[in-house]
Write a protein that binds this ligand. Structure first.
Ligand code: CP
Length: 319
């Protein structure tokens, strides 16, 4: 593995999940793999889990991790080729990425979408410019369209909670209400990883909130939430803003998941990437019940980051 920006960077999802679970049992088993190596973590947007879990994963591999909060501490960056920089931007990504690449062996970047211009967000300009100019491997800490570390942690969590080998669980991605326009990245990513892992995926959302087909091809799309939830083993709850009416908030408070909607579920475990707005996206009764896997998902962010960093380091230091 050279970069980690989507499921396409992974040769075998199940093998990576199995390796992460082994690593979870022996966190320090590769403590020397990252000795003398530096991980640079660039945040253009806020984070709790991604920042800390990736730093912990780096420490477990013996790496030094440096964090730059570009949104607060860094120079305002320019990404446009040929820009005349007489506005608010101070430094071009050509220099910024190359300088970070000179200090670091691997660079991670979080770069949310603007949610104003769909074509620009789909083009993943920030992520691609860093990959072009950094000169070192780049890992996505959530880009405009995808959140692969979250999805790998979610695959680990699904694997740990499914005890019927030989039978596939029914996985449902259920849209949730929110008051702010949120990215589609977690939902896109969960869909592509779940399908790549060979699970049966149903996506349920109000009409008009369709996700891009390039991430959902193979999933069942059901607009009736109650119908979608019938027999569900895992329900991933997530808001995303409209893709067709791009970036707009859709108001549908009745879509909040609560215990009474799970009467006809099989296993009925609840997942969410966090942060979650209680009693808006998901009810207290579910989040506080033993149906909830949200803390386990967050914990598994460490092992998703560690297994990916370990694989990239293996390519930097071939045995
Ligand atoms: N799930 C997730 O990425 O959390 P943070 O935004 O806190 O990093």
């Amino acid at each position: 593995m050279r970069n980690f920006t989507s499921v396409s960077d992974v040769h075998d999802v199940q093998a990576l999940v199995d390796e992460a679970i082994r690593m979870k049992g022996t966190p320090a088993s590769h403590l020397h793999q990252g000795a003398g190596k530096t991980l640079g973590l660039i945040f253009m947007n806020p984070s709790l889990r991604t920042r800390i879990s990736t730093q912990k994963a780096a420490a477990n591999l013996g790496m030094n991790a440096m964090v730059l909060n570009v949104d607060k501490d860094g120079w305002a960056l320019e990404f446009e080729e040929g820009a005349i920089m007489n506005g608010n931007t101070v430094e071009h990504v050509k220099e910024a990425a190359a300088v970070m690449g000179a200090y670091c062996d691997i660079i991670g970047i979080r770069c949310f979408p603007g949610l104003k211009n769909r074509e620009e967000d789909d083009a993943e300009i920030v992520l691609n410019q860093f990959m072009r100019y950094a000169g070192v491997p780049v890992i996505s800490l959530e880009s405009a369209t995808l959140h692969p570390f979250q999805s790998l942690a979610d695959m680990i969590t699904l694997h740990e909670n499914w005890n019927s080998p030989g039978k596939k669980p029914k996985v449902v991605l259920s849209w949730a209400p929110h008051i702010k326009p949120l990215p589609q990245a977690v939902a896109n990513s969960f869909s592509e990883w779940t399908l790549a892992a060979g699970f049966d995926l149903t996506i349920t959302h109000p009409k008009g909130l369709e996700l891009p087909e390039r991430f959902t091809k193979g999933a069942h799309i059901v607009h009736d939430q109650n119908e979608a939830l019938q027999g569900a083993d895992f329900i991933y709850v997530k808001n995303w803003s409209s893709y067709t009416n791009y970036g707009k908030v859709h108001e549908a408070p009745e879509w909040m998941l609560r215990e009474e909607k799970l009467k006809h579920c099989a296993l009925g475990k609840i997942m969410h990437c966090l942060p979650v707005r209680r009693n808006l996206e998901l009810s207290d009764d579910l989040l506080d019940s033993n149906r909830s896997l949200v803390i386990q998902q967050a914990e598994n962010r460490v092992w998703s980051a560690q297994v990916v960093l370990k694989n990239i380091l293996s390519n930097l230091n071939p045995a």
